[in-house]
Design a protein. Structure first.
Ligand SMILES: Cc1cc(Br)c(Nc2ncc[nH]2)c2c(Cl)c[nH]c12
Length: 306
């Protein structure tokens, strides 16, 4: 049972890390400029999935630390960004940041021993996800996974943010429920990308919102919470009968709801700050669109890709 993916403790008294045993924080030391932090998810014994934009081409593995929960620290053996990720690709068209293929895999220097607070999340198109969805193996295909997970409509999903609980000063992990706009609302969701300060002179939104992105956020039918820059690299998760499958990696957003605030406050149920505009959307790399890269990089991890 230790090899099962996407299994977590559900009872309310469980610790944050037991409820989200795949949640990692990635700290990158920038000489002279302190630390930069991103989030990530444990996807196998050695690998963490995150966003490529968390790293620069000069970052070395020695400068990166991966923390699982409060105290399990890991050194890093290697960082492998998606080969098609190129943040400066559209510079000559006045688009300073381009996040297409914004995914990376961080190989840990030592194996993670599975436990109640350290367990991988399920990835699409693996046998583990077929089991998590209680479907027959090997009859169930990758296409079936996509149909079962990314159904047409507003798909309920969540991301996890670390925040300061209002009462307790202690930091905590809070799940933020959002809807993946996978319907006629997808167009409106994507159109709001132009409201991002970096994209004001974008004429055609498909220049920055490519096929690789899932779109969340907005106020219809109810207000969805938004990401902060510090949430970059974290997983976008679909819960299915108390099993958890990652379908996206948090890449970028239109409004940084945490700017000039240390940590967002964990308000249950409400947006982190009241009254963020309906055009505050978030964009995540759709893992179904980077499968060849995932299979190749994780081929020796025993994940049994379909
Ligand atoms: C998660 C996340 C990452 C980045 Br990079 C942001 N910055 C940005 N988005 C567009 C261009 N640059 C934001 C914002 Cl803003 C909100 N959430 C973000």
């Amino acid at each position: 049972v230790l090899s099962m993916c996407g299994l977590a403790k559900e009872h309310t008294q469980a610790r944050d890390q037991e409820k989200n045993p795949w949640h990692v924080t990635i700290s990158i030391r920038r000489p002279g400029r302190g630390f930069e932090h991103c989030k990530g998810s444990l996807v196998s014994e050695y690998y963490v999935l995150t966003a490529a934009h968390c790293f620069t081409i000069v970052d070395k593995a020695e400068e990166i630390t991966v923390t699982l929960g409060e105290n399990q620290r890991f050194e890093v053996a290697a960082v492998r960004s998606h080969p098609l990720y190129q943040i400066g690709k559209l510079k000559d068209r006045g688009i300073s940041e381009f996040y297409d293929y914004d995914v990376a895999l961080v190989k840990l220097a030592k194996k993670v021993i599975p436990s109640v607070s350290a367990r991988p999340i399920c990835l699409p198109c693996t046998a583990g996800t077929t089991r998590a969805l209680r479907k027959p193996h090997p009859q169930t295909t990758c296409r079936n996974h996509e149909e079962l997970l990314l159904t047409i409509g507003n798909v309920p999903s969540f991301f996890v943010t670390d925040c300061k609980h209002e009462d307790v000063q202690a930091k905590g992990l809070s799940r933020k429920t959002v809807k993946i706009r996978n319907s006629e609302k997808k167009i409106g969701c994507e159109a709001d990308a132009k409201k991002a300060s970096q994209y004001v002179n974008v004429t055609d939104v498909s220049q920055v919102v490519t096929e690789r992105f899932l779109c969340t956020g907005g106020a219809d039918p109810e207000v969805d919470p938004n990401t902060c820059k510090g949430d970059s690299g974290g997983p976008l998760i679909i819960p299915k009968r108390q099993r958890y499958i990652q379908v996206g990696v948090i890449s970028w957003g239109v409004v940084d709801v945490c700017r000039n605030r240390k940590l967002p406050v964990c308000e249950t149920g409400r947006n982190r700050h009241e009254g963020f505009p309906a055009h505050a959307r978030d964009f995540h790399i759709n893992l179904f669109k980077v499968l060849p890269w995932l299979r190749e990089e994780l081929r020796d991890e025993g994940l049994d890709f379909l």
